[in-house]
Design a protein around this ligand. Structure first.
Ligand SMILES: Cc1cc2nc3c(=O)[nH]c(=O)nc-3n(C[C@H](O)[C@H](O)[C@H](O)COP(=O)(O)OP(=O)(O)OC[C@H]3O[C@@H](n4cnc5c(N)ncnc54)[C@H](O)[C@@H]3O)c2cc1C
Length: 428
């Protein structure tokens, strides 16, 4: 790998030649493999694809041939279409660390829209099928997703219900062997290209107990799609979807009717972990580009890096990023250690806490990086281009997948619950 040029631009533990409880040789090899792939195949073109609003189809398909589209959690080799995992990691060795290394290294290109364009919709829309789908549903969809031939998106958010998922109003009424779907979904990543939408729909009464998860075919009559234009993530295909009497086969229901809310909530934890990991890498990109700029840029007869006020900004990158990275690693260690008994530790609160810590680190880092880079940090070309793009992609990390205020409240409630459970257990 290329030499590290800036403080705080790389996670600490993978750099050190010491034994640690987290990263093994498999992880180091995977990181090297993905880094080489990204350096050669993505970074040189990422800006062009982001501006074009789409990753070329040939690039997306090759990405899948290399195993990057295999749906996690891993179920069977059949679900993976017999493709090898990236870097040829053996199936039984693939763990949460591997998934995070993939995110970390892909996002290092600095163009979140490009990474989401490569497979963001499948990344959140297909896991509910792997987790809660029947064998027949997995066979029907997952191999095609792995090969990149089938594209999914996740449809939870609506014009009138975002954070308050229990309040969604898209309906699915059962009529014989079909559901008839009416309603709308907003900001749906990859929705413009997707074949299917794993959607939250109302099949019962009000509130969380009336929600189901249904796979809606998007090429069906009654579906309209409008592309949405946000501040950033231009290549992610953000879409407004409308459903007008769309007929959906009843066999597309995931799990049990009216139990969709719990499936949606369990899908959120991996998504939030991924967003936190992504935010920390973007913050590191800011540290890297602005440090290198400060070393080379001279003002008033001396390089910027010699000024204490600039050093103080560089110092703060570490102060914001490294504690969040340590918490990410601690949480991942907990997830991996309790794999066989996933309900033994409640990770919802910790994941929410981590998401806020990491996205705050990103928001503050991109601000200081742009400041160090002056006008260059505001320019879409040249030395500041990556930081400028990150300044537009940062917000979706703070809002998407559970917005900050809601995460803070959730973290405190879940931590209180977990504490009470531990207290109760210790009294027995
Ligand atoms: C680029 C992009 C991609 C996205 N991709 C997808 C996707 O693929 N699929 C999908 O389903 N959704 C997607 N979303 C939607 C995203 O998940 C929602 O934006 C998010 O859940 C917040 O919902 P909202 O925007 O409706 O905000 P609202 O729920 O309207 O909240 C507005 C603000 O108020 C705060 N707030 C809400 N309730 C409270 C409260 N009780 N107390 C204090 N503060 C509160 C929130 O934190 C938020 O900051 C995407 C969004 C963006 C921007």
């Amino acid at each position: 790998m290329a030499p590290i040029t800036a403080p705080y631009s790389e996670p600490l533990l993978p750099q050190l030649d010491i034994k640690n409880p987290y990263y093994t040789e498999i992880h180091h090899n995977l990181r090297r493999y993905v880094r080489d792939y990204v350096d050669t195949n993505i970074i040189p073109y990422a800006q062009e694809w982001e501006e074009a609003g789409q990753v070329p189809e040939s690039v997306r398909l090759r990405h899948h041939q290399l195993g990057f589209g295999i749906v996690h959690p891993l179920t069977s080799t059949e679900d993976s279409a017999n493709l090898s995992l990236p870097g040829n990691v053996p199936r039984d060795k693939w763990d949460t660390w591997c998934s995070l290394i993939l995110t970390d290294e892909l996002i290092r290109c600095g163009y979140v829209g490009v990474v989401w364009g490569l497979g963001g919709g499948n990344g959140i829309g297909a896991p509910p099928i792997a987790r809660f789908g029947t064998l027949e549903q997995r066979r029907r969809w997952l191999p095609g997703v792995a090969r990149g031939e089938i594209r999914f998106c996740l449809g939870i958010t609506e014009p009138d219900a975002g954070s308050d998922v229990a309040n969604i109003s898209t309906t699915a009424q059962r009529e014989g062997s079909h559901y008839i779907v009416n309603g709308a979904k907003k900001w749906i990543t990859n929705g413009i290209w997707a074949d299917f939408c794993t959607a939250a729909v109302r099949t019962g009464g009000p509130g969380r107990h009336g929600i189901s998860l249904l796979v809606i075919p998007l090429k069906e009559k009654g579906v309209t799609r409008k592309r949405m234009h946000n501040s950033g993530v231009n290549a992610s295909g953000s879409t407004f979807l409308e459903f007008d009497d769309v007929r959906v086969p009843a066999e597309n229901l995931i799990g049990k009717e009216n139990q969709g809310f719990q499936y949606i909530m369990s899908n959120f934890n991996p998504e939030r972990l991924t967003l936190a990991c992504s935010a920390l890498r973007l913050a590191r990109c800011c540290a890297e580009d602005s440090f290198n700029y400060a070393v080379q840029r001279e003002t008033f007869g001396a390089p910027l890096i010699t000024r204490q006020v600039i050093q103080s900004k560089i110092f703060k990158f570490g102060m914001w990023i490294e504690p969040a990275q340590s918490f990410l690693e601690q949480l991942t260690y907990i997830i991996e250690s309790t794999k066989d008994r996933p309900n033994s530790v409640n990770i919802g609160g910790m994941t929410a806490q981590l998401k806020v810590m990491s996205t705050r680190a990103l928001e503050k880092s991109v601000r200081e990086a742009q400041q160090i880079m002056g006008g260059a940090g505001y320019n879409r070309a040249g030395k500041g281009a990556r930081v400028e793009q990150i300044s537009r992609d940062a917000r979706v990390h703070v809002v998407g997948g559970g917005s900050e205020e809601v995460m803070m409240s959730l973290a405190v409630r879940e931590e209180t619950k977990a504490l009470r459970a531990r207290q109760k257990a210790s009294k027995i």
